[in-house]
Design a protein around this ligand. Sequence first.
Ligand code: ATP
Ligand code: MG
Length: 474
Amino acid sequence: MAAPLWGWDEIVSAAGGNAEGSPQRAITGFSIDSRGLAPGEIFVALKDQRDGHAFVTAAFERGASAALVDTGYSRTPADGPLVRVAETLEALSGIARAARARLAEEAGVVAVTGSVGKTSTKEMLRACLSRLGPTHAPEKSFNNHWGVPLTLARMPASTRFGVLEIGMNHAGEITPLSKLARPHVAVVTTVEPVHLGHFASVEAIADAKAEIVAGVEPGGVVVLNRDNPHFERLAAAASAAGVDVVSFGEHASASVRLVKCRLGTDRTEIEAECGNGRIVYRLAAPGRHMAQNSLAVIATLEALGQDFESTIHAMGALADFGAPAGRGAREALAVPGGSILLVDESYNANPASMRAALAALALVPREAYPRRIAVLGDMLELGDRSAELHVSLADAVATAGIDVVLATGPFMKSLFEHIEPARRGIWTESAAGLVDALVATVGPGDAVMVKGSYGSRMGPLVDALRASVAARAE
Ligand SMILES: Nc1ncnc2c1ncn2[C@@H]1O[C@H](COP(=O)(O)OP(=O)(O)OP(=O)(O)O)[C@@H](O)[C@H]1O
Ligand SMILES: [Mg+2]
């Protein structure tokens, strides 16, 4: 049996709380959602969108080993052991600090931030670093004020490589999370106009991303995108904090430089020059943007002190690395008369990732899929520049040779009205209203890419298309 993740006394002390009882079973992890709790996990009753204290008893019913609760919580007869603390999120952060502190001296911690590509890069790092030693990384995009401490708290003591994703919506949010993670290597994938609603300018976003250097360990490194227009700004912030910079990109002076990039329909062949020599590898996630992310992985491996041979070995993992679910994952759906290529980009959207996804759709050869359909939902949180940033995608739609645009949402209406009439399919107010048109339009020989911000509810359109294909097959 695997060693327990934590001892009870360690938890109580790291949480700065008082124990009431002690668990009869091994502590296997932490959960903040009673519905997804696995037996043996400690339930942490956070006060976030809902108050987790209402679900403590349900968590015990699912097999929680214990629960972390506020001092004011009233126990029910079905409750098991409790740790009572002044504030549960602060207590979880205390456990996170202890988790970070107990890692061995030779362990390497990486924290990834950036406007787009955090999860994609984090998953690439997980795949690559796992070839070199026990690697721990977050579930999904657990990158906020509770996601980062939760990921750290779940990190086994034997972890050789810890990977964190750190996100933000406002200035000042990254600093405390970086200080909690204390990374040896921080990565900023890129800086783009995302969450502009909360910022005065893209420069202000760059400054907020630069906060990641705040927690970097002495002698640590920040990995920056040399091709991004804000590179100098970020590099200056790193240098002011005494953190060394390693860069990646196509730029002639990038430390990890893209030499060749053969973009294929479902994989990219890449040659990159780095400090130790030239690396040739394959990446199963298509698109130039994913190739860029993979350069950040090489830079991270080098910054972690891996030698050339280990770096090459680790990068070999990307030959099997497909785009994550909702972030470009592709599937061929068999229908009478041929197949439909479905590209699921429904998890998120902003101008940078929209352009990247349209460009990646253009890589699909016409011989295999003669028609390209883009199903586009609103990009949210762009503030005053929303309409302008939507309209600005018209060029990308034309360059990618999109034959039909199906659009939904008030902002996408502006783009829809600006694209050439020949490309216009239909526009609807809500995503739900687009289902029938989508199902009626798509047929064999179509490559269909579905993308919009999470709040635009594009995921159900992907499901509806899959369901209609399944029904056609019956
Ligand atoms: N370097 C990149 N440049 C542009 N788009 C990218 C890049 N990397 C990934 N993307 C695209 O951006 C979208 C989001 O990717 P991903 O989930 O990796 O980003 P994220 O930063 O983790 O997002 P979130 O802030 O929602 O956690 C996907 O559509 C993905 O294909
Ligand atoms: Mg993410």
